[in-house]
Design a binder for this molecule. Structure first.
Ligand code: CU
Length: 256
């Protein structure tokens, strides 16, 4: 076969090889996984819309909501958000000083993100639970997000190798047969995946929305329960389907 036809065939092949779909994650991380003392009670929170394992991401618009739930009370943190950049991408940051004991459930509702490649919007509600002064109370409270993972395992004080269980709820109801993606946040690209299928692990919830994952090594791990919006949404002049995600981030400590 003439070389130029071969080249064309190779090119056509390349065009049709499906690229592995990168998993999108709403990310909500703190520079302190728990607050233990008054002198170290300031936490710096970063909100991203990202591909955590590969450490690259999307531009994130200012979220529609950002708040903290503690002891049944919600505090609006939207006014505290500052725009930031990382690797040329927009993200959001806030500082918060923990003054009261108990679990602080930080969460955000992003604006719909238009994903051209999937021809749909993506909305990943994201959650992080930071304990204050070792009271360890309130981590299992539901925020009431449209998609949410309720922890069954305390979401901090975890060792590498621990299992973690949760329940997926959609509009407050347990969601059966729901796909949950699990991914490690690897900002230094210290743990490259040797196969594409190792970048994101996939678990399904049972009939009552329960699932269990293992957290094999230390660092930040995110899990995101995925579903689709029951009807199309309209945003920025477009009316399309939307993927809904409920993300939860946990910090895992290395074995002693
Ligand atoms: Cu993306």
């Amino acid at each position: 076969m003439p070389k130029k036809y071969l080249a064309v065939l190779v090119l056509i092949n390349l065009l049709f090889i499906p690229l592995p779909a990168q998993a999108h994650f709403g990310m909500l991380l703190s520079d302190r996984p728990v607050v233990e003392t008054q002198d170290s009670a300031a936490v710096n929170l970063t909100l991203r819309f990202w591909h955590p394992r590969e450490n690259n991401g999307m531009d994130m618009e200012k979220p529609a909501a950002f708040a903290v739930l503690r002891g049944g009370e919600v505090r609006d943190l939207l006014p505290q958000l500052r725009a930031g950049k990382e690797a040329g991408r927009s993200l959001w940051q806030a500082s918060f000083t923990v003054e009261e004991p108990g679990d602080h459930i930080f969460y955000f509702t992003p604006r719909p993100y238009w994903e051209e490649a999937e021809n749909c919007f993506i909305i990943h509600y994201s959650k992080l639970i930071v304990d204050g002064f070792d009271l360890q109370d309130g981590w299992d409270a539901a925020v009431g997000l449209p998609m949410e993972i309720i922890p069954l395992t305390r979401p901090y004080g975890l060792y590498a190798g621990n299992s973690f269980s949760g329940q997926v709820r959609k509009e407050g109801q347990p969601l059966a047969d729901c796909e949950i993606e699990l991914e490690f946040y690897d900002p230094g690209r210290q743990k490259p995946a040797s196969r594409d299928c190792l970048i994101t692990q996939v678990i399904k919830s049972d009939q009552n929305g329960y699932f269990t994952v293992s957290l094999p090594w230390g660092g930040w791990w995110g899990m995101a329960a995925l579903s689709s919006a029951d009807s199309k949404i309209t945003y920025d002049g477009r009316t399309e389907e939307a993927e809904l995600g409920g993300a939860l981030w946990v910090y895992v400590d290395e074995l002693p």
